[in-house]
Design a protein. Sequence first.
Length: 387
Amino acid sequence: MTEDNSFQMRVETDRFGPFIFQVGVDMATLESLLLRVNDAHKRFKTSPLSQVASRLEKEVVVSSIFGTNSIEGGTLSMEETEDALDLTSTQVQGIEQRRAINLKNAYELAQKSATEPDWQLNVAFVQQIHAAVTDQLPHEYNRPGLFRDNPKEVITRVGNQEHGGIYKPPQYGKDVERLFDALIAWHQQLVEQGVPVLIRAPLVHLYYELIHPFWDGNGRVGRVLEATLLQAEGYKYAPFAQARYYLEHIHAYFTLFNTSRKQAEKKAEATNTDFVAFFLEGMLASINTLHDRVNTLIALILFENEVKRLHDEKEINARQYAIVSQIMTAGKPVSLADLRKAPWYQALYVKLTDKTKQRDLKKLRELGIVIQADANQLWPGCLQVSE
């Protein structure tokens, strides 16, 4: 199937000029990617997600919030992001922690909405997401949930030359409102015409950013909207994991907004193909990464059960059980030197000899539940050692 422009909507504005919403993709070019994403999603859905759901969801939320914040210049590390998300609202200190907590609240709102029967994208929902994302964040003009209306002396510009140019979105509040209402109506037309969500979601993301309806938080809100549309259609975890892909490919991500915009200005054909293809590549990578992660977590659960069985049946002692547990908790290889210096390890052997220490580790290696690599790195036996 080639490009279909039957789903165009032209909107006349008071001051910005005409604005055209269009599917603008060459379906023949995207067909293979669409099939691969759907096949990967089917395989992912049949994996034993229920056994690892809570752990996987937490990992995805932390990674996604780290990713989407970093895209916008956030400075929290992954570890600092995870710590911030465990804080209560009264414990939050500083803008960076507030941004992370706000995104967590926006994600929860989005996930709740996406599971409601017959949920549809609407203006009120977008304003709620924006209010959550920008709550208590300082900005001279931004008001959570309220559209932008630029004073004559204040001009909003988006982008930079490094990523394809600087764009001046609509400035007049009534134009912003009119275009946003049109975006919602146009998306509903696409739904009714059966345009798949893997095409609709990135297009909403694209045109949302071109309207740039709020003073602050547009990038974060746009990514949440894209994810919500996907989740409402049954795509789990990957829609929010997509933010990390965008961070890892940030130059292409920013540049493709301008590529689509400039091609549309030139009235080229299939102006949005590259942007949607980039999104689909991200979904495929995200789903495959999550599938691999599920397999790793399942292997870890089975390994934990086996170690517990060995302890319960007294094939390993309490000291050995503690060693394996600590190595697993570390989430990364533990050097033998660091292990021996750890206070908890020293406490285990406070009245025992070096021979006992060596014997304990030797037994763990023989059973295969601890692997000692050539560099004296200790790994849980369920993980593949890379040296």
